[in-house]
Write a protein that binds this ligand. Structure first.
Ligand SMILES: NC(=O)c1ccc[n+]([C@@H]2O[C@H](COP(=O)([O-])OP(=O)(O)OC[C@H]3O[C@@H](n4cnc5c(N)ncnc54)[C@H](OP(=O)(O)O)[C@@H]3O)[C@@H](O)[C@H]2O)c1
Length: 335
């Protein structure tokens, strides 16, 4: 069983730990928090025995094989860097990094630390429903896609009220905003299905905090386009469509995939007969465990390299989208 360390003690880590337990592949041993009391309070519920409030000591002395990092986006890079330097396996939440400079440096570090591995936790693309959709789309012509990814954020009211400090997810210091937080799921799907686009454009609607509350992203492939409507200021229910020409694949949701339908040339509906677990983080955890448990397997290495390349391409596309509209973060100016 893989020994697990965690960074970040918010809700998503609870969810990850529930999936980790369900998978039977991971055992939480070690917790880092900025506050020792929090590390202990959070970790003891899950049976952890090692607690740290120093990152350096966490990595140097913590008894774990793999670290799950769920801190604010702009902090991932420094934490991943330390993890790789200590030869750990790393599962980092999406978006893995803020810009290609960070990604390039991480790639260099991975080459220097061959025992380390890096996985981006883009949970949607590891679900069995996405894998079934991917198989179907391979048989279809490419006619573009429309993705609707809008979710009213539990923290947006604080922005409207002008509450300070600004919630991390709406703070440019932490590389928050709609395209980084939610758009990245859609970009993962699209790049996994069709590769990198020829060109991109993003029209953001800015919040007073300096991040995009919502926006419309266009990814162009030849004469076809993929349009992503993304936002943290409303809920939408339109779902996502991948076009083949006469035929279409419809998905109920681009993040929490539950139902999918293939509409054939005669407009007949063929639902995908695939169930997705309520806690869909289990699929990425199973995929990653398979790699970490069988490092020498050539197929696993190929799958790992494919995911790493996908993460890098998604990082570049997300950055290019922000560049297209001069949406920059302090983390971009470190280079
Ligand atoms: N896969 C998913 O479905 C999903 C869902 C939600 C979020 N996420 C991703 O998970 C990551 C965390 O998101 P979140 O909403 O949980 O973030 P968050 O609440 O802002 O912070 C997460 C954790 O990071 C630590 N932290 C907070 N502020 C910090 C700071 N200024 N400096 C250093 N550490 C800090 C805190 O842990 P301590 O107090 O213990 O140090 C906190 O519990 C993001 O990358 C996000 O995109 C993924």
């Amino acid at each position: 069983m893989l020994k697990l360390g965690i960074i970040g003690t918010h809700i998503i880590t609870d969810r990850l730990l529930a999936a980790a337990k369900q998978s039977g592949e991971y055992r939480l041993t070690t917790v880092y928090s900025r506050h020792m009391a929090r590390a202990e309070e959070f970790g003891k519920q899950y049976g952890a025995t090692g607690f740290y409030d120093s990152l350096e000591e966490f990595f140097a002395n913590g008894d774990f094989d793999v670290v799950y990092i769920a801190s604010p986006n702009s902090i991932h890079y420094e934490q991943v860097r330390l993890a790789i330097e200590n030869d750990k396996f790393v599962i980092v939440e999406k978006p893995a990094f803020v810009n290609p400079h960070e990604f390039k440096e991480v790639t260099r570090l991975l080459a220097a630390h061959p025992k380390a591995r890096l996985f981006e936790a883009a949970r949607n693309i590891h679900t069995p429903l996405f894998k079934a959709v991917q198989k179907k789309i391979k048989q279809m012509k490419f006619g573009g896609a429309t993705l609707n990814i809008m979710k009213y954020s539990s923290r947006i009211d604080k922005v409207y009220e002008g509450t300070k400090p600004v919630p991390n997810i709406f703070n440019p210091e932490f590389a928050g905003g709609a395209i980084e937080d939610l758009g990245v799921y859609g970009i993962n799907m699209i790049v996994a299905l069709y590769g990198k686009p020829d060109s991109v454009n993003y029209l953001p609607m800015m919040l007073p905090t300096g991040v995009d509350g919502n926006g419309v992203a266009t990814l162009t492939y030849g004469s076809k386009s993929v349009n992503i409507v993304v936002g943290k200021t409303s809920n939408n229910y339109l779902g996502t469509e991948f076009y083949g020409g006469r035929d279409t694949v419809w998905l109920d949701n681009a993040i929490n995939l539950r139902r999918g339908i293939y509409y054939d040339d005669d407009k007949q509906a063929h639902p995908f007969d695939v169930k997705v677990a309520n806690n869909d983080m289990i699929y990425e955890l199973q995929d990653f465990a398979e790699i970490m448990n069988n490092l020498k397997d050539a197929d696993n290495e190929a799958r790992y390299q494919k995911w790493l390349q996908l993460a890098e391409d998604v990082n570049q596309v997300t950055y290019d989208l922000r560049q297209s509209c001069d949406l920059t973060f302090p983390a971009d100016t470190n280079y």
